[in-house]
Design a protein around this ligand. Structure first.
Ligand code: URA
Length: 436
């Protein structure tokens, strides 16, 4: 390493700005062992406290991206490679139907996804509830799948952004996860490794998201778009509300079932519309469509014609999964108990607390409390009410899919669903305009 680690740490501690060569040296030194884990941890804390300038953030993303393999796809067939990334929410299954819709519209979607993080669900855990689905394809098989059916969803391989993997593990145990520049570099170093022509970012905001308020979500969205674009991948971000769970289900197999329902045109209206909006952003970014209304029509046609459902089945099959789940969702894992929860009083639904329901789903086994925990794909929650709904005493408001009956769980569901006499309007999922 050409710079002394202690000097670089002290520079950031004292609020100085690094030259890109210094950031490059930090990541290179971390990779070759000349900068120890404890030194990286000290630097990360200095960044947490003092931040990074736009230039530093871009240099860090670039260095982390090039710490590993950057794909060089040969068989593009002229199709633009466009991906979507969500910053993480509750019941957020959108990647599944979205990848299939975009593929049916002629895009290539090489999606490198993650597992559940904290209380938020992960796309890989959801897909692994499909019997046989392999999320660990080799890069060659991944590219073959993209070329054949237009979409493939896999996990981060060991050679994609390895610096991020190690840095994330340090951040996770040293209180430095919730830091905008570090989040930007972490997300983009993985996503840009897929050699994209465009990236759509769904930045979640609210109680069920990592970004709890609009100002911090907006700042994250702007930084993600700016750094991605600077590094040669045009990007667009949408802010979406994450106060209530997205759609009707939380839990892996349940969310796959709901994704298939969306692809069959039987999904909840607002989740379907959000999926189509994000698909239209992908089509606009790819310059396949030139107006928002045209892009929405093209995306909707892929859904209503059944072409997107067919793409999803093809993708599942190419990953070794049982594609018959598309016709028979009963083939997905199920729990023995499905406990109904009824409304104790009439009124209007005031709120549905995404975070409380996500923590309950975690308690049931739908996610991991520790990295080594095994996920139970069958457990989860179905929520049948949304903010603004009028309900009567005794109405079915939720169903708990569980291995063991526990009255505490029903009470937790009812506590998360606030009911009152006041009529309320449900706010739209999309917050503000697209950030480019
Ligand atoms: N997701 C990531 O991949 N990295 C972060 O730092 C936060 C969310």
């Amino acid at each position: 390493m050409t710079f002394s680690p202690a000097t670089l740490i002290a520079k950031k501690r004292d609020g100085g700005e690094h030259h890109p060569t210094e950031i490059h040296a930090l990541i290179e030194g971390f990779q070759d062992g000349s900068l120890a884990d404890y030194q990286m941890t000290a630097w990360l804390m200095a960044v947490y406290l003092n931040g990074l300038s736009d230039g530093e953030m871009t240099a860090l993303t670039k260095a982390m991206l090039h710490s590993g393999r950057v794909l060089n796809p040969r068989r593009r067939n002229g199709a633009p490679r466009i991906d979507k990334h969500s910053t993480g929410g509750v019941g957020d299954k959108i990647s599944l139907p979205l990848a299939a819709i975009a593929a049916a519209c002629g895009l290539h979607v090489p999606m490198i996804s993650g597992r559940g993080l904290g209380h938020t669900g992960g796309t890989l855990d959801k897909l692994e509830s499909i019997p046989g689905y392999d999320t660990q394809l080799s890069i060659q098989a991944f590219e073959r799948t993209v070329a054949k059916c237009g979409a493939s969803i896999i996990g981060q391989t060991t050679d994609i952004a390895p610096a991020d993997k190690r840095i994330y593990a340090l951040r996770d145990v040293t209180g430095t996860v919730a830091c905008r520049p570090l989040i930007v570099a972490s997300i983009l170093s993985k996503k840009l490794a897929a050699a994209l022509d465009g990236l759509v970012l769904d930045v979640k905001v609210g109680r069920g998201a990592f970004m709890k308020d609009r100002a911090s979500a907006s700042a994250l969205a702007k930084s993600l778009v700016q750094v991605s674009t600077k590094l040669g991948t045009p990007a667009v971000a949408r802010l979406t509300r994450m106060e209530e769970p997205l759609g009707r289900t939380i839990g892996n197999a349940l969310e796959v079932r709901e994704s298939i329902e969306i692809l069959r045109g039987e999904g909840p209206m607002d989740t379907t519309e959000l999926t189509l909006t994000l698909a239209s952003e992908m089509l606009l970014l790819a310059k396949v469509c030139h107006s928002r209304s045209h892009a929405m029509r093209v995306a909707r046609a892929a859904l209503t014609s059944g072409a997107a459902l067919e793409r999803f089945a093809q993708m599942v099959e190419l990953h070794g999964g049982n594609a018959r789940v598309v016709e028979r969702t009963a083939l997905l894992p199920k729990t023995r108990f499905q406990v109904p929860v009824h409304a104790p009083q009439k009124g209007f639904v005031q709120h549905v607390d995404a975070l409380a329901l996500a923590l309950l789903a975690l308690e049931l086994g739908a996610g991991r409390k520790r990295a080594e925990d095994k996920v139970d794909h069958a457990v989860g929650l179905e929520i049948f009410v949304q903010v603004g709904d009028r309900i009567e005493k005794g109405d079915l408001v939720a169903k708990i899919h569980t291995r063991k009956h526990d009255p505490h769980h029903s009470r937790a569901v009812l506590q998360a669903i606030g009911v009152g006499a006041q009529r309320v309007e449900r706010p739209p999922l999309l917050v503000g305009r697209a950030i480019r």
